[in-house]
Design a protein around this ligand. Structure first.
Ligand SMILES: Nc1ncnc2c1ncn2[C@@H]1O[C@H](COP(=O)(O)OP(=O)(O)OP(=O)(O)O)[C@@H](O)[C@H]1O
Ligand SMILES: CC(C)(CO)[C@@H](O)C(=O)NCCC(=O)O
Ligand SMILES: [K+]
Length: 249
């Protein structure tokens, strides 16, 4: 079995797959190295043989997590690294090593899946979009704040924007103008994300007409699903790219 880790800015997504089979044996989302180790250790019957990881954290934090995996499970973790070209895709950044590895693996995974022009939207702590054409040229993309950052900035820089998680969740029942702070902020920020998604679709139409595939991933993918009809909702897109970046030796 293979342990796969996607170490984002706020959360660590993990899963265990069977070698050679597209079968997910276990998986989850945690917010610390310790909870990751506990979560994996609590699953009975795992026989981990390999470990691979993509991380957008700094080198020190990434190595600390790899060390925790070695100490707890006796596994060396293969870490994805930047590349100019992978699986038929050419990185569009001038300084290719600066492109976030989560973006890189998601767009490589998307293109490898369909072999056609792709728009990849990833809605996490940050929201990103990336454009890959039918020849596998990455044209670049955009980065903007995601829901957690938009909410956080409003709370940090105002005195009176305060509400609890329960109110936040209830606010998502409609897009009517908010009649409470929670509704006003949650719906306002969601509408910003949806507007961004629509603008990305428009750009893709300008480039490629109707001949492209939209992939949506990340913890907040659901917030844009009804403005991206026909999009492929692929929560584990980064892992598709990770398998290409870190094939088993
Ligand atoms: N099971 C879950 N656990 C944690 N967050 C979740 C979950 N489901 C949805 N979310 C939402 O997903 C968002 C975080 O997205 P995601 O986990 O893709 O990104 P991240 O790891 O924080 O950051 P990055 O963008 O660097 O990957 C949060 O807004 C959170 O509300
Ligand atoms: C944009 C994020 C934070 C999204 O997770 C990540 O891909 C990242 O840290 N990227 C580095 C900057 C860049 O991609 O240009
Ligand atoms: K991500």
């Amino acid at each position: 079995m293979i342990l796969e880790l996607d170490c984002g800015n706020s959360f660590i997504k993990w899963r265990v797959i069977r070698r050679g089979l597209p079968v997910v044996v276990a998986g989850g989302v945690v917010d610390s190295d310790e909870k990751l180790v506990d979560a994996i250790a609590s699953i009975p019957g795992l026989s981990l043989r390999h470990s691979r990881m993509v991380s957008v954290r700094n080198e020190e934090e990434t190595q600390k997590l790899a060390l925790a995996i070695t100490e707890s499970f006796g596994l060396q973790t293969q870490c994805a690294s930047s590349a100019r070209v992978l699986a038929g895709v050419r990185n569009g950044y001038e300084a290719y090593e600066r492109l976030g590895l989560d973006r890189w693996l998601a767009l490589v995974g998307a293109y490898a899946t369909v072999g056609r022009s792709c728009l990849v939207l990833d809605l996490g702590t940050a929201v990103t979009s990336d454009f890959v054409d039918a020849q596998g040229e990455h044209l670049g993309g955009f980065i903007c704040p995601g829901m957690p950052l938009m909410r956080g900035q409003l709370k940090t820089h105002t005195r009176r924007i305060r509400y609890d998680d329960a109110a936040a969740e209830e606010a998502h029942s409609s897009f009517a103008p908010g009649r409470s702070t929670a509704e006003a902020v949650e719906r306002g920020c969601t509408l910003m994300l949806r507007g961004f998604a629509v603008s990305q679709l428009e750009l893709a139409h300008q480039y490629w007409g109707d001949d492209f595939v939209v992939f949506v991933t990340g913890g907040d993918a659901d917030l844009v699903k009804d403005v991206t009809p026909g999009a492929k909702l692929v929560p584990d897109l980064v892992f598709v790219g990770l398998a290409l970046a870190c094939p088993l030796l």
